[in-house]
Design a protein around this ligand. Structure first.
Ligand SMILES: [Zn+2]
Length: 404
């Protein structure tokens, strides 16, 4: 297969998306297309797949080439397995193989008429043109993620439904065990706020017994340390405050479908949308911190408000849980106005008997917190007394297992 693109041009509503795009992809090439969101990567792929016509330029593909375009968002609602999803690109070969099987059955039942033999010859030639029996192993290779995923049996894939990791834990996939097989070293999967909580605990020298860490970045989450140990709750969701209702919050629609959740009214993404609604050009949470450094007035107000809203949810947690340390982490912890909003609201809403013994600090582990915490979690798991005993009994070397 080879693909030639010559001076492809495309625009949407006056905005030029692609201009003068030329490229050659030769047989056996593996190409990665890298660019920021909105740079036109998907549009170019849709042109190659024939789903979109360019306004100018030419595209040519070697005759007989089949193009399958898999969307970067998994097909959550189609009720198909990962095997079937990846297999869509080889649908033609699979159908031709089924045709061959049908004709072979007719022949086995005694049909050796001229028409049947001709049908068989035609189907076999088409099947070979479509890649013959190689389609199944090629499909397996693709699904294995360049032979690295370590899935030993292709049937493994048929039990896995594609899921969207940001909003739901992948069903049927033990990601930690999978990572161990790929890498050959102990591996685990941990929620980011939990990992940051463990990391902070390590960096602080493990003095706090009862600690709450709030990770305030584009969204807001918490990790909870009780009696010096990470508290995960019955389904590993403890500390997830992103959808806690904020009293007197504006009616902003949250990704969960409710109005006025903490994430929707105080997360970095919420601040970015509020700034855009004011007509300001903001790329993301990093720009928010940069503008805060320059004491941009509307930004300072938004950050203080976001801090106060986060503080109002945390105040309930402090009242209930009575921690000795509250750590503010994540990118928004770099903004003084946000931290001040959290701090003042907690002192305002919690009685002195709770705040007297409470230290509120900005994360010392900072950007390294999650990595330090993840490493600590794997080590704790590997060197857990029960794990060591079990390994000794089984006479096998120590290996980490999944964490959640
Ligand atoms: Zn929500």
């Amino acid at each position: 297969m080879s693909l030639h693109l010559t001076q492809i041009r495309l625009s949407f509503g006056g905005d030029e998306v692609l201009s003068d795009v030329s490229a050659i992809v030769r047989p056996r090439d593996r190409v990665a297309l890298v660019g920021r969101n909105g740079a036109g990567k998907t549009s170019l792929l849709r042109i190659i797949a024939g789903e979109l016509d360019p306004e100018g330029g030419t595209m040519s593909l070697t005759g007989g080439t089949r193009v399958a375009l898999h969307d970067q968002r998994p097909p959550l609602r189609r009720g198909i397995t990962l095997g079937e999803y990846v297999g869509e690109g080889a649908a033609a070969a699979a159908e031709l193989e089924a045709d061959l099987r049908r004709i072979e059955r007719r022949m086995a039942e005694g049909d050796s008429g001229e028409a049947t033999l001709r049908d068989y010859g035609v189907a076999q030639a088409a099947f070979e043109r479509a890649g013959g029996y190689a389609w199944r192993s090629r499909l397996e290779g693709i699904a294995r993620g360049l032979d690295k995923l370590g899935i030993e049996d292709f049937d493994d894939l048929d039990g896995i439904a594609p899921t969207s990791p940001p909003s739901a834990p992948p069903s049927g996939v033990d990601a930690g065990a999978l990572m161990e097989r790929i890498s050959g070293v102990a591996a685990g999967v941990e929620n980011d706020a939990n990992a940051m909580t463990l990391g902070e605990h390590v960096v602080l020298g493990r003095p706090a017994e009862h600690m709450v860490l709030v990770k305030a970045g584009s969204s807001i989450g918490c990790g909870v340390l009780a009696d010096g140990r990470l508290h995960r709750g019955s389904r590993g969701m403890a500390g997830d405050v992103s959808h806690a209702a904020v009293v007197d919050a504006p009616n902003v629609l949250c990704s969960c479908g409710r109005l006025g959740c903490l994430d929707a009214v105080a997360g970095g993404a919420a601040i970015v949308s509020a700034l855009r609604a004011m007509g300001l050009e903001v790329g993301g949470t990093a720009d928010v911190i940069e503008m805060a450094r320059n004491a941009h007035p509307p930004m300072m107000r938004l950050l203080r408000e976001a801090g106060a809203r986060t503080g109002s949810v945390l105040a309930t947690i402090v009242n209930f849980f009575n921690p000795d340390r509250l750590v503010i982490a994540g990118s928004l912890s770099g903004a003084e106005a946000f931290v001040a909003g959290v701090r003042s609201t907690i002192y305002d809403l919690c009685p002195p008997m709770l705040t007297d013994g409470l230290r509120i600090s900005v994360s010392e582990a900072a950007a390294r917190g999650a990595s330090i915490g993840a490493a600590a979690a794997v080590l704790d798991r590997m060197l857990d007394a029960e794990a060591v005993d079990a390994a000794l009994r089984a006479g096998r070397p120590l290996r980490g297992t999944r964490l959640i």
